[in-house]
Design a protein around this ligand. Structure first.
Ligand code: PBG
Ligand code: ZN
Length: 328
């Protein structure tokens, strides 16, 4: 055997195996997506997302307190309005008494160290369930869409969000949000995380169940990216860097590791996030329940692949479990 043939000497021990990673997973790399609903006392399990629930503002302490004790560093909030009057421009999105703004304030007061990001989109709040404002022919009306999304982002930042994260995929919204933050004295107080390369994926189904945000007609293919579109993803990432994004995100994660790797090269000076979305989570859980693999082993393998591809931040519903697993 040639000397150069032998690799196994380098990873025969658990510790030497851990040195083979360029970066190891830490608790600070994990951001937990949570659903906040408008019944303040709600705790309603979401059947399509096993282990996840919609929570009311009054239950946040019971929900988040134990996780903060275990080392939870950040959350991203999704509003699930159930009783509001939805309309064409998503008026309830920035209702000062709506679930998101109340939750920002409550979490800031309860856990001053917790980093609070807010998803910014209109689909949970529009009567038609699309992510922007529509023309009469039901196509996206881009200018009012961008203006409205910037207004919602600004409201969340003014309520105290550390980070606003637009997931709508309207062209030009990063520049508009950054401008609104700067013009209102929040340019240095709020991070702008762009869902830059967000694909029109079949993996959002459980989320749309959870958030009640499925479009009432049509689909999102004219704004979310076609799954095969590597070039568009690269252009979107480069555009959002130029428009002022502070963090770039790729979504979903596991089927798009090549895009994550591209983003790490195209935006080497930005933190890079990926979103292990609801369908990815449900798939890993379902596989484990079917006996295909061990849940924990598979969850680690998926997240390690995302870090290996270049991510420094991962949005995942597995966050509570990782807080335990990373202590073991
Ligand atoms: C809303 C939004 C979606 C997700 C995050 N923000 C759904 C969609 O675009 O239809 C998906 C998250 C997940 O599946 O976990 N624009
Ligand atoms: Zn949306």
């Amino acid at each position: 055997m040639d000397i150069s043939s032998i690799l196994q000497g380098g990873y025969q021990h658990p510790l030497s195996r851990s040195w083979q990673a360029k970066r190891n997973i830490t608790k600070s790399m994990l951001m937990y997506p949570i659903f906040i609903t408008d019944d303040p006392n709600a705790h309603v399990e979401i059947p399509s997302l096993p282990g996840q629930a919609r929570w009311g503002v009054n239950k946040l302490e019971e929900f988040i307190g134990p996780l903060v004790k275990k080392g939870l560093k950040s959350v991203i909030l999704f509003g699930v309005p159930l009783t509001c009057e939805k309309d064409g421009s998503g008026t309830p999105a920035d209702d000062p008494n709506g679930p998101v703004i109340l939750a920002i304030k409550r979490l800031r007061a309860l856990y001053p160290e917790l980093y609070i990001a807010c998803d910014v989109c209109l689909c949970e709040y529009t009567s038609h369930g699309h992510c922007g404002v529509l023309n009469d022919d039901n196509t996206i009306n881009i200018e009012p869409s961008v203006a409205r999304i910037a207004q919602v982002a600004l409201s969340y930042a003014q309520a105290g969000a550390h980070c606003v994260a637009p997931s709508d995929m309207m062209d030009g919204r990063i520049k508009a949000i950054k401008r609104a933050l700067i013009d209102n004295g929040l340019g240095n107080k709020c991070t702008l995380m762009s869902y830059s390369a967000k694909f029109a994926s079949a993996l959002y189904g459980p989320f749309r169940d959870a958030a009640g945000s499925a479009p009432s007609f049509g689909n999102r293919k004219c704004y979310q990216l076609p799954p095969a579109a590597k070039g568009l993803a690269r252009r979107a990432i480069q555009r959002d860097v130029v428009e002022g994004a502070d963090i770039i995100m790729v979504k979903p994660a596991l089927p798009y590791l090549d895009i994550i790797q591209d983003a790490a090269v195209l935006a080497p000076d930005h933190p890079l996030a990926c979103y292990q979305v609801s369908g990815e989570y449900a798939m890993v859980v379902a596989g484990a329940r079917a006996g295909v693999y061990d849940l924990r082993t598979m969850a680690f393998e998926t997240v390690e692949s995302m870090v290996r591809a270049g991510c420094t931040l991962i949005l995942t519903y597995f966050t509570p479990q990782f807080l335990d697993w990373l202590d073991e």
